[in-house]
Design a protein around this ligand. Sequence first.
Ligand code: COA
Length: 307
Amino acid sequence: MYSKIISTGGYLPKKILTNKDLEKKVDTTHEWILERTGIEQRHIADDKESTSSMATKAAEDALKNSNLKSVDIDLIIVATTTPDQIFPSTACIVQNNLNINAPAFDIQAACTGFIYALSVADNYIRTGFSKNILVIGAEKYSNLLDWSDRSTCVLFGDGAGAAILSANKDKGIISSLIHADGQYNDLLSVEKNHIKMKGNEVFKVAVNTLSNLVDETLTKNNLDKTDIDWLVPHQANLRIIKATAKKLSMPLERVVVTVNKHANTSAASIPLALNEAVRDGRIKEDQVILLEAFGSGFTWGSVLLRY
Ligand code: COA
């Protein structure tokens, strides 16, 4: 049995913070941010918005776009690094908000969270435990940022994306690969409630690791890079995205890019990008899609699917 993404949804807070706005907060420039990262703006949640409220809105959007009702969902998985509270899990809060009677749990794998969540969901569907799983990536990174640290506060944004996976006998997720290596935990972590990152070193490991991951995914599935129709990467930095696209010999027109508008929304970045490309019609039925991410831990992984 395959796990097929039957619908997607997304939510972005209304408030937009541009690079120009950030120039007023820290010693930076629009040009520096754009050149080093590709980011032009990010969405920032207001005080009333939480990870769970954004996750709920993204999930409602995905449900509305499906032919399912909330009673049909038999598992909820939320990937987040910024839960409302340590417990209850964000997934349980979403479960209550949506009045869904199903088990619910969170997954924490930083920016790779959505890939980890899809991998877990895929296994629940393959084993027959679940039929329809709501998988959400939701983050409120604005809470974790030190707004006086120019090296990190310009990089992140808030938002939530969702996908509904349904058991399908013909097509869906072809493979999911997840990895972790805890030896680099000092390069990217949260200390005293703020993100600390050695950006330059993270950058180098990310580019190398994602390059190897692309090779591993293609080899494992006996595929050539020309078999991939769309790359939907984690959106941390346009230069990292371009390096992975180059490895796949893919023109940027075949890569879904949202980092310019959303910045890095961690576990929410892939489902938000996927939702955008599905909804505007770029991603079409039967196409082969490669999702990949790299994040703190370090964690990294890919999901290859036939849409
Ligand atoms: N505005 C202006 N200058 C800034 C700045 C900002 N917002 N942030 C840092 N700088 C400065 C640094 O202080 C440094 O100055 P110095 O040379 O005088 O010391 C200079 O810019 C270069 O810094 P560096 O960190 O080497 O830049 P970089 O080219 O590596 O770009 C990142 C920085 C963070 C954009 C880049 O390293 C990156 O994207 N890393 C990976 C991040 C990532 O993917 N993280 C999440 C993984 S999920």
